[in-house]
Design a binder for this molecule. Structure first.
Ligand SMILES: *Cc1c(COP(=O)(O)O)cnc(C)c1O
Length: 416
């Protein structure tokens, strides 16, 4: 069973100040989870998590995680600016971008971020735009398919990210010649993995590459970045990852491969997004219509603009009807938004309790890649983001958009 972190009574109170739809985040749970992650890797003295800003780009969230010791993982100019405005700069920023514009590299360099190069040709590009920094990282793509035992997890051979091993080694040698002194290795091979084996398997691959690099070139890595990819159970039947087991699995691979290679001082970094935030965010929306045609529809006041994953990936997000947590799920609904797009459905053929107009629905696991992926089709406006603070109070951490925001960039034929 997935249980919401807000009750019907709480939501009825919240909507007096902040009408639905809104995203709300659970500060206490975010902090507890960040502490657990830190504990899982406490065997590695240099360990650090760089939160993937794209997952939940809100300064309040970045600051909470920063207080728990996390840096930021940025991949664009504005993400870098947001990190800077939060006072998170220097080696607290990992800049893991791809297809990177020159001005992004220049800003990353100015902020002292650790730059993680996605491609071999970016060595020269970086030299030409802002010079090679002392600390630099490279992103690896082993190609082919990525499997854990006999299960194919993903298809790195089809992914646009990272460089081949040959290019990777050439890049390190050239970076060293250009004055770099500290080197990192990064790879991201599978997304939303719900298995304790992903990080250990990935770690072993990267540790072996590090040992090979040392053997062939004498270059010793300072850090290895396991990036994102630890998933969460979106469906109620799945078991969540055990972060302690994951940390222990990485430690074993470290002892097995890196320590014998004389690389026992390597720091482990992570760039988790989904794992850090997804379960600790809800999209709260109100049922405003019911429609009985060839199917049974419940129309809510949120739409795919507020949460794109179901429309984009057919992703499952669990739904709880507040106040009806214990009622039998003996009705079947499509839960829809109002876009003129038939894929604007939060649930299809979902068994739920009988929903009445005015009921509040919690859409679960929207804390990462939820609000952030929003767009503005049909002139729909972005919702507010709220924080359920540790003391139980609720604070608005981003106001809802207004029509003026939507019109703000228009020029000509228009006076706002
Ligand atoms: C998206 C992304 C992440 C975070 O991924 P999650 O699946 O949210 O953990 C980390 N690093 C990079 C480079 C990314 O693009």
């Amino acid at each position: 069973m997935k249980k919401p972190f807000v009750t019907k009574e709480q939501v009825e109170e919240i909507v007096k100040s902040y009408p639905t739809p809104f995203h709300i985040y659970d500060e206490k749970a975010i902090r507890e989870n960040a502490r657990k992650l830190k504990a899982a890797f406490s065997w590695n003295p240099g360990y650090r998590e760089y939160f993937a800003v794209k997952a939940t780009p809100n300064p309040t969230i970045l600051k909470i995680l920063n207080e728990e010791g996390c840096g930021t993982d940025c991949s664009s100019y504005t993400e870098l600016l947001m990190s800077e405005k939060c006072g998170i700069v220097g080696d607290s920023i990992m800049f893991s971008s791809n297809d990177t514009p020159a001005e992004d590299f220049i800003l990353a360099r100015k902020l002292g971020a650790t730059i993680n190069l996605d491609d071999y040709t970016h060595v020269q590009f970086l030299k030409d735009t802002c010079g090679i920094p002392e600390t630099i990282s490279c992103r690896y793509n082993p190609g082919g398919t990525f499997s854990i035992s006999t299960t194919i997890m993903d298809n790195p051979g089809d992914a646009k990210y990272g460089m081949t091993k040959e290019q990777l080694f050439k890049a390190y040698v050239e970076l060293k010649e250009a004055g770099a002194k500290k080197f990192g290795l990064h790879s991201f091979l599978a997304s939303n993995t719900v298995t304790n084996e992903y990080y250990p398997t990935l770690a072993k691959i990267l540790f072996q590459v590090a040992a090979e690099l040392k053997e062939q070139t004498g270059i010793e890595l300072s850090f290895i970045n396991l990036s994102g990819g630890i998933g969460i159970p979106y469906t109620p039947d799945k078991e969540p990852n055990d972060i302690m087991a994951i940390g222990e699995g990485v430690r074993k691979a470290f002892e097995e491969v890196l320590v014998p290679a004389g690389l026992g001082n390597v720091s482990i970094f992570t760039e988790l997004g989904r794992f850090m935030l997804a379960p600790y965010g809800h999209l709260v929306t109100k049922a405003i219509h019911e429609k009985h045609t060839h199917k049974e529809y419940i129309g809510v006041d949120a739409c795919a603009v507020n949460l794109m994953r179901p429309a984009m990936y057919g992703a499952y997000h669990h739904i709880t009807v507040l106040g009806k947590e214990n009622e039998p799920c003996d009705f079947m609904y499509d839960v829809t938004g109002s876009l003129c797009e038939n894929n604007d459905k939060f649930a299809i053929d979902r068994k739920l309790p009988k929903i009445d107009k005015g009921d509040y629905l919690v859409i679960h696991d929207t804390g990462a890649h939820g609000f952030a992926m929003g767009y503005s089709y049909n002139g729909k406006l972005k919702s507010a983001e709220l924080l359920l603070c540790e003391d139980g109070s609720v604070k608005q951490i981003r106001r809802a958009e207004t029509p003026e925001d939507y019109f703000a960039t228009l020029e000509g034929y228009w006076e706002v």
